[in-house]
Design a protein around this ligand. Structure first.
Ligand SMILES: Cc1cc2nc3c(=O)[nH]c(=O)nc-3n(C[C@H](O)[C@H](O)[C@H](O)COP(=O)(O)OP(=O)(O)OC[C@H]3O[C@@H](n4cnc5c(N)ncnc54)[C@H](O)[C@@H]3O)c2cc1C
Length: 409
């Protein structure tokens, strides 16, 4: 247990930061606890920002994880306009943008990521939108509500979720993806192809293997010029081309960084008194037996729990099956494990909107599955992976084979 007179300080009031605080209190830490955020709003859920929130059907207040009173209840000193600009490890202090110095006994870095800006000319135009923060979501929702044509750059989860909402709102939608298939980093060609067909059936123009050369201002909006010489007029552009980990604070104070803040299985950085968790961490993932940086709610929550235990001096190891979801139209895509790369895959069910799963194997062992509108199979796969239960490709493909019973056994 930490006994120093200084508080534990958590930098980054997002999913992981809140979870660190919560878990510290649940774990019995009763000292001072300060959570520093720089967005000016209570910690909130980001996933709806590219989904339902854009339809206007979900109020911003509904996104907050907890009401303000919760932080008082668990004695967390929540500071919402407190941007940390420097960490002084020798002095055990963090320095805020206004010069205030806050000393810490132990420190947690849960600084998340920021959007990768478009590298092409015009990426900074006012009619180019990104989706990371609540402010981004509010701006984009307002723009979509008075737009008729949108070009989406990036056929990953965020771009495709926005595309689905934009179609539901009745906009003309073009999706431009530089790779030859959608969501290529995360799903197999079969799933990519299904989603390309789905979006096309909903009226989206999906352009694969095309990159954006420039975005130019035009009357009433923008013109998006592609590398093949074609161009698309739109009221606005939404870019979803990935994120950059917020690891500069950590790097500047000498912590090891490499595609994020490097941490061990206990979420400890190269300084034993500083942990890091969530999107900003490049961690050894015990389940995957390799280092990785994950961008998911699951990782933010589970790794933050381990970080809190480490802050209290307990030994905890991060060992969880990664999982993720994406909502597009009325389909829920759920991913368990990390199926890419794989050397074999089998289909369970028939490819179609009624739902199916694709199970992935490496060297004969199950490594992941993508399930479309098959929540029970997704849950079964998570259990099988966690337990290390043997599943053969033949059994996975056999719809009469009871996966749930195997997962329970
Ligand atoms: C639009 C969108 C849709 C998503 N959809 C899904 C989904 O469907 N499923 C899923 O699993 N995941 C989804 N995610 C990812 C998920 O939201 C993130 O993985 C999760 O929020 C990560 O939590 P975090 O606490 O690590 O980072 P964040 O939630 O980004 O929190 C980090 C906080 O730290 C603050 N900060 C950074 N630097 C400083 C500083 N110097 N001083 C003070 N504060 C600082 C940031 O402003 C931010 O508030 C989505 C993300 C987005 C943006």
């Amino acid at each position: 247990m930490v006994t120093s007179a200084y508080p534990i300080v958590v930098i980054g009031a997002g999913q992981a930061g809140l979870q660190v605080c919560d878990s510290l209190r649940k774990g019995g830490y009763d000292g001072r606890l300060i959570l520093l955020g720089d967005e000016g709003v209570l910690p909130y859920q980001r996933p709806p920002l590219s989904k339902k929130f854009l339809t206007g059907a979900l109020q911003a207040e509904r996104l907050a994880f907890r009401p303000a009173s919760y932080y008082d209840k668990i004695a967390v000193e929540l500071r919402l306009d407190a941007r940390v600009t420097r960490i002084d490890r020798a002095a055990h202090a963090v320095i805020l943008a206004d010069g205030e110095v806050i000393h810490y006994s132990r420190l947690a870095l849960t600084t998340g990521t920021r959007v990768r800006p478009l590298p092409c000319p015009g990426g900074e135009l006012e009619d180019v939108y990104y989706v990371r923060t609540l402010a981004d979501g509010e701006r984009l929702a307002a723009r979509l509500a008075r737009a008729t044509r949108v070009v989406i750059i990036g056929g990953g989860f965020i771009g495709l979720e926005v595309a689905a909402v934009a179609r539901e709102l009745g906009l003309q939608v073009v999706v431009i993806e530089a790779l030859e298939r959608l969501m290529a980093r995360a799903v197999s060609p079969l799933v990519s192809e299904f989603y390309a067909g789905l979006h096309r059936q909903h009226g989206v123009e999906v352009k694969l293997g095309r990159s954006v050369h420039a975005i130019r201002s035009a009357a009433g909006g923008v013109n998006v010029e592609l590398d093949d010489g074609s161009s698309h007029a739109a009221d606005c552009v939404v870019a979803g081309i990935g994120v950059i980990p917020n690891s500069e604070l950590a790097a500047a104070c000498g912590l090891a960084c490499n595609n994020g803040i490097v941490v061990d299985v206990g979420a400890r950085t190269s300084d034993r008194e500083i942990v890091a968790a969530g999107d900003c961490s490049f961690h050894y993932n015990g389940f995957l037996a390799r280092e990785i940086r994950l961008e998911s709610v699951q990782n933010a929550v589970d790794q933050a729990k381990v970080a809190a235990a480490s802050l209290c001096g307990d030994s905890a190891s991060y060992y969880q099956v990664p999982w993720f979801w994406s909502d597009q139209y009325d389909l829920k895509l759920q991913m368990a494990g990390v199926g890419m790369p794989h050397d074999a895959s089998v289909l369970r069910g028939e490819v179609g909107p009624a739902g199916f799963s694709v199970f992935y194997f490496r060297a004969g062992a199950l490594v992941g599955a993508d399930s479309i509108n098959r929540p029970a199979e997704h849950m079964a796969c998570r259990k099988l992976l966690m337990q290390g239960t043997m599943l053969t490709p033949a059994a996975a493909a056999d719809q009469d084979f009871d996966l749930l019973a195997l997962a329970r056994s």
